[in-house]
Design a protein. Structure first.
Length: 108
């Protein structure tokens, strides 16, 4: 994981995501999840391509069950875009990069 992708936990989610100044793309994932591993490089690319315009954060649902439960994560990967502390869009599953790009561009 690059320096452009942050990690949030139950304890840091508010500071990393809800209080973020930039729109924040949050990847709810787990280490054993193959589709999660498949989209990880795509999220790294988005962090680079939209550097300074969005923030990308990963939340390991095995380690941060409270925040996953609060956001009704039932399937992973689930990627949510937060803006001003609110969820503005959600994508579930491993989707093509252009779907994430569209999601981000719509809310910049």
């Amino acid at each position: 994981m690059s320096d452009l992708v942050a990690t949030a936990t139950d304890n840091t989610f508010k500071a990393e995501v809800l209080d973020a100044k930039l729109p924040t793309l949050v990847d709810f994932w787990a280490p054993w999840c193959a589709p999660c591993k498949a989209i990880a490089p795509v999220l790294e690319e988005l962090a680079q391509e939209f550097s300074g315009r969005i923030k990308v954060v990963k939340v390991n649902t095995d380690d941060s069950q409270m925040v996953a439960t609060q956001h009704n994560i039932r399937s992973i990967p689930t990627v949510m875009l937060f803006k001003n502390g609110q969820i503005v869009e959600t994508v579930v599953g491993a989707v093509p990069k252009h779907r994430f790009v569209d999601m981000v561009q719509k809310h910049l």
